[in-house]
Design a protein around this ligand. Structure first.
Ligand code: FAD
Length: 390
């Protein structure tokens, strides 16, 4: 611990993975600062699924009880056929998830979730308005340069800066993420606009080449969210999202079940997001630098596991410092990468397939993953304690 207090960790990006990494690394004695390009965060119009593999980490972070209060303790997952509404698969969650995994499945407003993460880090530990433009990793410390002309130094740099990661670029060279040919329409609005239409906690409507996922995002179920997946051959905007006319969504879901039509009729405004991914990276770490989350494995969000993988990464990175000698961060990085690459590649592939929970299947390989207890594989040339918790 005493050694670690002298080790400065610069986490680049105060997103979902970066904030968790900051909390868990600081708890292990490191001197952590998060550098975030945004000047502040607003309550973005999006929802997010927190499956038991993630709520396990959030319990460790210490915010699960709060999330139970403000999120929706989802009763069941429901897959339905796009036109007839036939049930394709129903997966009990709620008490069934608690009984099986010892943890809940929660849906929540992404902004509310992110606010809890920021509070857990502590605003004092986050430097806002700091867009990283360069890292010089040579020498005794890494030198960080920001767009505002300022600089900083750290012994360790964690690149948690998302799909267009500058840290990834410094490690592996410039390479744009791949547009997947699919977009997602996103909207959140008050349930009162549905004029009494009653909806299950979470439904995915499946058609051959498109889908719509609908769920509540606040404990009182006063706000409903939907996100689509729809083919669109090209994405020409420089931005990853644009405002979108509701008529476009209506036409994309023409002929869908009346419940879907009613939802779109009630929607006041929406945005449209391009889905990007990358081929699995050959390298997640080098020298003082390590990557996590969308910086190294962006994926289609069709399993609702993109943030989940970033959060698991952060927890595994922290755990790997417990498994390796104090101060030997390169050993910890190599162990971390060896224990995350295979799982994230599998989730990337499964997300691309878009069949997750469409028909009856056992979700244990995703939901029952315990990042703190899963036996570790050694990286080449190293022996580790296996199966130990942190
Ligand atoms: P991010 O959360 O993107 O955070 C990156 C942070 O780094 C940002 O705050 C950014 O401002 C900052 N940053 C970037 N560049 C710099 C820089 N140069 N200097 C400083 N800071 C920088 N995942 C789920 O698990 N469940 C879902 O239900 C889900 N739904 C989704 C729906 C849609 C439409 C989309 C597009 C994605 C969805 N995802 C979902 C995926 C999820 O949002 C991402 O996988 C997740 O946010 C990745 O976390 P991260 O911490 O790696 O990156």
């Amino acid at each position: 611990m005493a050694v670690r207090q002298k080790i400065r960790v610069a986490v680049i990006g105060a997103g979902l993975g970066g904030t968790i990494a900051a909390v868990l690394l600081r708890r292990r004695g490191f001197d952590v600062t998060v550098y975030e390009q945004a000047a502040s965060f607003s309550r973005l119009g999006a929802g997010i699924n927190l499956s038991p593999n993630v709520t396990r980490v959030l319990q460790e972070v210490g915010i699960l009880d709060r999330l139970r209060e403000i999120g929706v303790m989802t009763e069941a997952w429901l897959s339905r056929k796009w036109d007839t509404g036939e049930t394709l698969f129903q997966l009990p969650l709620g008490p069934a998830a608690e009984a099986r995994y010892g943890l809940p499945y929660i849906t929540i407003h992404r902004g509310d979730f992110h606010a809890e993460l920021i509070a857990a880090v502590g605003e004092d530990s986050i430097a806002f308005g700091k867009r990283l433009v360069d890292v010089d990793p040579e020498g005794d410390t890494a030198k960080l340069s920001f767009a505002d002309g300022t600089s900083a130094e750290a012994e360790i740099v964690v690149g948690a800066d998302g799909v267009n990661s500058m840290v990834r670029e410094i490690l592996l060279g410039p390479e744009k993420p791949i547009y997947t040919g699919h977009v997602g329409h996103r909207a959140i609005f008050p349930v009162s606009r549905l004029r009494g239409l009653e909806l299950p906690d979470i439904t995915k409507w499946w058609a051959e080449d498109r889908h719509l996922v609908v769920y509540f995002v606040t404990a009182n179920k006063e706000e409903i969210y939907f996100v689509s997946g729809v083919p669109e051959p090209e994405w020409t905007s420089e931005s990853s999202w644009v405002d979108c006319d509701v008529e476009e969504i209506r036409s994309a879901f023409d002929g869908f079940h009346p419940e879907v039509q009613a939802l779109i009729d009630a929607c006041p405004a929406a945005t449209k997001w391009a889905f990007f991914e990358r081929k699995p990276l050959p390298l997640w770490n080098s020298g003082r630098i390590v990557l996590l989350g969308d910086a190294c494995h962006p994926m289609k969000p069709h399993m609702g596991q993109g943030a989940a993988m970033a959060i698991e990464d952060a927890a595994m990175l922290a755990r790997c410092f417990d498994e390796t000698p104090d101060g030997d961060f390169q050993d910890a990085f190599a162990l971390y990468a060896a224990n995350r690459m295979q799982r994230t590649e599998r989730v990337q592939n499964e997300s691309r397939e878009n069949t997750w929970l469409k028909f009856e299947q056992n979700p244990d390989w995703v939901f029952d993953y315990d990042v703190f207890e899963v036996p570790l594989v050694a990286h080449s040339g190293q022996g580790v304690k296996t199966g130990t918790g942190s």
